[in-house]
Write a protein that binds this ligand. Structure first.
Ligand SMILES: NC(=O)c1ccc[n+]([C@@H]2O[C@H](COP(=O)([O-])OP(=O)(O)OC[C@H]3O[C@@H](n4cnc5c(N)ncnc54)[C@H](O)[C@@H]3O)[C@@H](O)[C@H]2O)c1
Ligand SMILES: [Zn+2]
Ligand SMILES: [Zn+2]
Length: 389
C-alpha cells in the first residue's frame, strides 16, 4: 500500500510499504477514505519529538471502512464506516474505566520508554513516537486498528467524511480543553493559537456558554476564521497581548486561558521568547514555553490554565510564583477522545456545529509531503489539510 513515511527532520515521503495485517483478535483493518495532518505532526516534522524511526508511517486523524476483523471483534463488521480516535485505549484497565483513555495502562508495548521519559507510560498513539508505542499511522491506504471495539466510532448516517473526521482528534481536543476550564456564564475565555485546535476551542467555548471568547494569533486568515466562530481576536504581532487582554476584561485578566500553541511558540517582541529560541537551539531547553508564561502572568487570580498544546520535555523560567500566589489551576493532557465522542457526534448530527468549516485544502495522499510544508508555513491560507488516499 501507499503511506506517508517519516525519514528525518523535514523529510517525509509517500512510499510503498507492506499492507497491515490483523495481529491480535481484537484488531480490525480499515481502508482509509480520509485522513488529515495535525499540528502534532508538525512537531514530528520539525524534529522536536524524540523516538521516531526512519520509515515510520505517520498520521493519527483518519476514518474509513472496515475491511477485515479479528476473531474477537463483536461490535464492528466488514463494511462498517468508522472514525478512529488517535488514542489507543483498551477499555478495561483502571485508567480506561475512569475515562482517562489517553493514559491507558496497557496499549503502549514500549512502556519502559514512557516510564523513563515521563515517570509513567501513557497510552499508545497512532503514527506518533515510539515513546507512545510506535503504532503505524493513518496517512496511508490501510491501517491496523487495535482494540477496535473500544475505540472506533461507528458512523451510521448520511454525514460526510469531512463532517465527522475531526472526531478523531481536534474537535474533542478543543472541546476537552474548554470543558477543563469549567466555563461559567460570566467567563472570558482567552485562547492562544488560531490553528485547527484553537478554532475548535473557540467554537466549543461558544457552545459551552462563555460570555466572551478571545483568540490570539498573527495569521490573518486564521484570525478571521476565529472571528467567524464568535471570537474577538488579537494579533500578537501588531498588538500587545497583555494590554489588550486587560482592556477586554476591565483590567482583571481572562478567567480561563487555553494554550492551543504548544512547544513551537513563535518569538514575539518579548525578551523571554528570544531567550527560548537561543536555549532551544543550544539544546539547553526542549520546548519554548512563551505562551505558558504569558497565560500565567495575565490570567485572573483563581483562574484556570488549560493546556492542550503539546509539550515534550523540560521548560525554563516558568513563573511558578504567579501560579501559586494567584491560585491558578493547570489542566492538561492528550485528549481522552472516547470520553467525548458520542456527545460530539450527536451535536454534529443535530447541526449544532459542522466541523468541516476548518478545512481549507483537500488533496490526494501523494501530495502530503508538499502539504506538510504548506501547513507548517501557513501558506496559501492553509488551516487544515485533508488527504485522500
Ligand atoms: N492534547 C491533544 O490531545 C492534542 C491534540 C491535537 C493537537 N494538539 C496540539 O495542539 C497544538 C495546536 O495544534 P494545531 O493543529 O492547531 O497547530 P498549528 O501549528 O496549526 O497552530 C498553532 C497556532 O499557534 C500560533 N502561534 C504561534 N505562536 C503563538 C503565540 N506566541 N501566541 C499566539 N499564537 C501563536 C501559530 O501562528 C498557529 O496558527 C499543537 O501543539 C498540537 O500538537 C494536542
Ligand atoms: Zn493530533
Ligand atoms: Zn486501558
Amino acid at each position: 500500500m501507499k503511506a506517508l513515511c517519516y525519514h528525518s527532520k523535514k523529510d517525509v515521503r509517500v512510499e510503498t510499504v507492506p499492507d497491515p495485517q490483523i495481529q491480535d483478535p481484537k484488531d480490525v483493518v480499515v481502508r482509509v477514505t480520509s485522513t488529515a495532518i495535525c499540528g502534532s505532526d508538525l512537531h514530528l516534522y520539525g524534529g522536536f519529538v524524540l523516538g521516531l524511526k526512519r520509515g515510520d508511517v505517520l498520521g493519527h486523524e483518519f476514518m474509513g471502512e472496515v475491511v477485515e476483523t479479528g476473531s474477537a471483534v463483536t461490535r464492528l463488521k466488514t463494511g462498517d464506516r468508522v472514525v478512529v480516535p488517535f488514542t489507543i485505549a483498551c477499555g478495561e484497565c483502571s485508567q480506561c474505566r475512569r475515562g482517562y483513555f489517553s493514559v491507558c495502562e496497557t496499549t503502549n508495548p514500549k512502556r519502559q520508554l514512557g516510564d523513563l521519559a515521563f515517570g509513567h507510560s501513557t497510552a499508545g498513539l497512532f503514527g506518533y513516537t515510539h515513546l507512545t508505542g510506535g503504532y503505524p499511522g493513518g496517512q496511508a491506504e490501510y491501517v491496523r486498528v487495535p482494540h477496535a471495539d473500544v475505540g472506533a466510532i461507528k458512523i451510521e448516517n448520511g454525514l460526510t467524511d469531512e463532517q465527522v473526521l475531526f472526531l478523531s482528534d481536534i474537535f474533542p481536543t478543543g472541546w476537552q480543553a474548554v470543558v477543563q476550564c469549567d466555563v461559567q456564564p460570566t467567563d472570558t475565555v482567552a485562547i492562544w493559537g488560531a490553528g485547527p485546535v484553537g478554532q475548535f476551542c473557540v467554537r466549543s467555548a461558544i457552545l459551552l456558554g462563555a460570555a466572551q471568547v478571545i483568540c490570539i494569533d498573527r495569521v490573518l486568515d486564521r484570525l478571521s476564521m476565529a472571528r467567524a466562530g464568535g471570537a474577538v481576536t488579537i494579533d500578537f504581532e501588531t498588538e500587545s497581548v497583555l494590554d489588550r487582554l486587560n482592556e477586554l476584561t476591565s483590567g482583571r485578566g481572562p478567567d480561563k486561558c487555553i494554550d492551543a500553541v504548544g512547544l513551537e511558540a513563535h518569538a514575539t517582541a518579548s525578551l523571554d521568547s528570544v531567550y527560548d529560541r537561543v536555549k532551544q537551539a543550544a539544546m539547553l531547553e526542549t520546548d519554548r514555553p512563551h505562551v505558558l508564561r504569558e497565560m500565567m502572568y495575565v490570567c485572573r487570580p483563581g483562574g484556570v490554565l488549560s493546556v492542550p498544546g503539546v509539550y515534550t520535555g523540560l521548560l525554563d523560567k516558568v513563573p511558578m510564583g504567579a501560579v501559586m500566589n494567584k491560585g491558578l489551576t493547570i489542566r492538561t493532557g492528550q485528549t481522552h477522545v472516547n470520553r467525548w465522542a458520542d456527545d460530539l457526534l450527536r451535536r454534529v448530527q443535530e447541526g449544532q456545529i459542522d466541523p468541516s468549516f476548518v478545512i481549507t485544502h483537500t488533496v490526494p495522499l501523494e501530495e502530503a509531503p508538499e502539504m506538510y510544508k504548506t501547513f507548517r508555513d501557513k501558506e496559501d491560507g492553509c488551516v487544515k489539510v485533508v488527504l485522500k488516499p
